[in-house]
Design a binder for this molecule. Structure first.
Ligand code: HEC
Length: 393
């Protein structure tokens, strides 16, 4: 029964997480666009850096940006922060429901490292905290003064995180954790840096003092990171549903490519918003496309090594599925903790296997996503036999 409530918790949290992420990313993309689309006009009030006109929902909008602040503070000032906070909180809650509650199946892979549930959860939470501390410290060193150099260092940290996680967790959890670490930086940037700095600026203006320009520079550094990390993080979150991305070895190569691809595509939009044309907006899509093709080619399944003369019998396949799948994927699962077939997928007969042919292939032949955490220790030879049979039926 408790599984039923956990499924509902999972669905509701995912719903919330997606909605708040859309709201956060939507407002963040909007402000990036707004900032870059500001143009000078002849008659702008003092202190106004530029303005932008747009039309939406039957009305015209004229937005003006004050570089420092208007002469007097408006009575009503809108802040954009809760979208980010709630995205992180709901994301963390989803991590708890999926990966901590189901640690044995989803977090721990004993062929990677034989952790206890407490150890695995401790490492997961601890790494999010330590990840933020490292990132924040690096941004505050002199390296942080050079945005490009800092970008390269942050990129290396992400790759190191992928290397470390793939030594600790199963591939699926490892990839999700790289995404979670980077997403934690993004919300950390809003919570610890951008919003507090903005508050300090507002307070000093209200006291009639001129604000410390370092506060604005630091906020800009972090919001630039958030901008370029948005697309890679979304990829890493979504890839959790695509087993071909759970590459257990060399996860860092996948992560390295994904971060590059996402940042390059983002750069295209950033550059376009400024009104730039020519080569400055022509290199991104071809480069990103080539990298995507490399990624897709690199993650393609290895050709199955099976002696061509070996005969694969229905009986063999039936025993493999009975031993490795049907204990969970049955009307009445026999593995403790499962009261219903996961995702409604039943794999008791060969006809069932055929019905879910493409999914079975993706989950347990071209990747090792199933059985979860390789709980039943399915061998590469068994995967090859199953694959051979699926290709012929
Ligand atoms: C220990 C229990 C367990 C075993 C054993 C197991 N699975 Fe699963 N399976 C799950 C769980 C849990 C999910 C739901 C995963 C999720 O939420 O993404 C799942 C999901 C699936 C899905 C649906 C994926 C999707 O999201 O569309 C397929 C297909 C699948 N398993 C195939 C298999 C095959 C094939 C085997 C045997 C080689 C197998 N499973 C063995 C627990 C198991």
């Amino acid at each position: 029964m408790v599984e039923h409530w956990m499924e509902w918790a999972s669905l509701l949290l995912r719903w919330l997480h997606v909605i708040t992420a859309i709201a956060w990313i939507g407002s963040s993309f909007y402000f990036i666009w707004l900032d870059l689309s500001l143009r000078k006009a002849t008659r702008l009030p003092d202190g106004v850096h530029g303005e932008s006109w747009s039309v939406h929902g039957g009305g015209f909008y004229n937005v003006q940006k004050y570089l420092v602040a208007p002469e007097s503070m408006p009575k009503e000032l809108h802040w954009f922060k809760y979208e980010s906070y709630v995205t992180w909180i709901s994301g963390f809650a989803l991590l708890v429901v999926t990966y901590y509650w189901g640690a044995q199946a989803f977090l721990i892979d004993s062929s990677v490292r034989d952790l206890s549930v407490a150890q695995a959860i401790g490492i997961s939470v601890g790494s999010l905290v330590v990840g933020w501390i490292i990132y924040d410290l690096v941004c505050k060193t002199p390296i942080g003064k050079n945005l490009l150099l800092l970008g390269a260092v942050v990129y290396m940290i992400i790759i190191l995180a992928a290397l470390a996680y793939s030594e600790i967790f199963g591939a699926r959890a490892a990839l999700l954790h790289v995404g979670a670490v980077v997403a934690t930086w993004m919300t950390g940037n809003v919570f610890f840096i951008i919003i507090p700095n903005q508050k300090k600026v507002v307070a000093s203006l209200q006291r009639g003092e001129s604000p410390d320009p370092a506060l604005g520079r630091q906020a800009k550094q972090r919001s630039t990171h958030n901008n370029y990390l948005t697309l890679p993080v979304l990829f890493m979150m979504l890839s959790n549903h695509y087993p071909m991305t759970f590459v257990s070895e060399d996860l860092w190569i996948l992560v390295g490519l994904v971060v590059l691809i996402g940042a390059i595509i983002r750069d295209y939009f950033n550059t376009c918003h400024t009104g730039a044309d020519g080569l400055r907006v022509r290199w991104q899509w071809p480069t990103a496309s080539v990298l995507i093709i490399i990624l897709a080619l690199w993650t393609r399944p290895e050709t199955l090594v099976l002696d061509a003369r070996q005969v694969v019998t229905d009986q063999q396949v039936h025993s493999i599925v009975t031993a490795h799948c049907a204990n969970c994927h049955a009307e009445r699962p026999t593995i403790a903790g499962f009261t219903a077939p996961p995702k409604g997928v039943i794999l008791e007969t060969l006809a069932d296997v055929q019905k879910y042919k493409a999914q079975v292939y993706a989950q347990s032949v071209s990747s090792q996503a199933m059985p979860v955490g390789n709980m039943t220790q399915m061998t590469p030879e068994e995967r090859a036999i199953l694959g051979h049979w699926l290709e012929r039926h």
